[in-house]
Design a protein around this ligand. Structure first.
Ligand code: IPM
Ligand code: MG
Length: 350
């Protein structure tokens, strides 16, 4: 079981250190090797996804990533931005299926800005297509046309790209509440009319799963109005980027949410749903739980080790029940701890 570990930028190295400690404590035969991705790689190798990292990521069974990005690289040319490294590793490894669960832990019910009765027991899974859509569409650019600057991108999907991500969503729903909501903008965009048609066709392979369709603007509204109506939501890269941030905040704690990006053979890249939080980097206060839970997802999806995944998840629930909180989820009456102490507590609970 070879794991390519990419701590990345900002709080990445701090939260990754805790996830690695947790994995080591499980005594599985894991081989872990570190490499550079993102801003740190731009600084060291003038490339956000250097060749050494490409080789290691390709040879590994799974990639565990901290976070990339920071203000010091924001004005770099696009090719030398940390985010570009992330997009390239997704595309290169063919990680087309991004699973982003949004789960509200009962202990954190007050962390949400929504009324407790709206979010209590929330458990939704956003399935986002990750290697197509307007993110990767050609042609694209900014150029001079008729004496003024002109910016353009191209949204496109093939039916096979749509079908394979829909199948991931339906398969996931079979292990949950058997409901899939497919999100599109078919009233305006042809590309997403095709999405809707293919979703309807694919549903015929899954008579035991209920399919509904929703326009993306309505979906954004329904997510805050009545999020518990959803089980699995499936959508394209761009809409999924936006809706998954919205869904994560229903739980009030983006610092808690893991994610998985899978290829067709369950090789995967696992990362917290949050970013690199440059404002708190290096202070030892970041929440490592989303990265630790991402390691659990890795054991489940890539290595088929459900038992170890559940052990980690149970340990995380235990430290929350003990009242330990990093700053992002702190509330009066609980015990504020730093990154390392949170990692220590998870290790003790394991
Ligand atoms: C995400 C992020 C990335 C995306 C950025 C950093 C390129 O927002 O993983 O959701 O847009 O996919
Ligand atoms: Mg995003």
């Amino acid at each position: 079981m070879k794991i390519c570990v990419l701590p990345g930028d900002g709080i990445g190295p701090e939260i990754m250190a805790e996830a690695v400690r947790v994995l080591k404590a499980l005594d599985l035969k894991l081989e872990m090797e570190e490499a550079l991705l993102g801003g740190c790689a731009v600084d060291a190798a003038k490339d956000p996804f250097p060749e050494a990292t490409q080789a290691l990521a390709k040879a590994a069974d799974a990639v565990l990533l901290g976070a990339v990005g920071g203000p010091q690289w924001d004005n770099n040319p696009r090719e030398l931005r940390p985010e570009r490294g992330l997009l390239r590793i997704r595309k290169d490894l063919g990680l087309f299926a991004n699973l982003r669960p949004a789960i509200l832990y009962p202990e954190l019910a007050n962390a949400s800005t929504l009324k407790p009765e709206v979010v209590a027991g929330l458990d939704i899974l956003i399935v986002r297509e990750l290697t197509g859509d307007i993110y990767f569409g050609q042609p694209r650019g900014i150029e001079l046309r008729d004496g003024e600057r002109y910016g353009y991108n191209t949204m496109h999907y093939t039916e096979s790209e749509i079908r394979r991500i829909l199948r991931v969503a339906f398969d996931a729903a079979r292990k949950r509440n058997r409901k899939v909501c497919s999100v599109d903008k078919m009233n305006v965009l042809e590309c997403t009319q095709l999405w809707r048609d293919v979703a309807t066709e694919t549903a015929k392979e899954y008579p035991d799963v209920e399919l509904s369709h929703m326009l993306v603007d309505n979906a954004a509204m329904q997510l805050v109005k009545n999020p518990k109506q959803f089980d699995v939501m499936v959508t394209g890269n761009m809409f999924g980027d936006i809706l998954s941030d919205e869904a994560s905040m229903l739980t009030g704690s983006i610092g808690m949410l893991p994610s998985a990006s899978l290829d067709a053979d369950n090789k995967g890249l696992y990362e917290p749903s949050h970013g690199s939080a440059p404002d708190i980097a290096g202070k030892g206060v970041a929440n490592p739980l989303a990265t630790i839970l991402s390691a659990a997802m890795m054991l489940r999806y890539t290595f088929g080790n459900e038992e170890s995944a559940q052990r980690i998840e149970a340990a995380v629930k235990k430290v929350l029940a003990q009242g330990l909180r990093t700053g992002d989820i702190y509330e009066p009456g609980t015990t504020r701890v730093g990154t390392r102490e949170m990692g220590d507590a998870v290790l003790a609970a394991l």
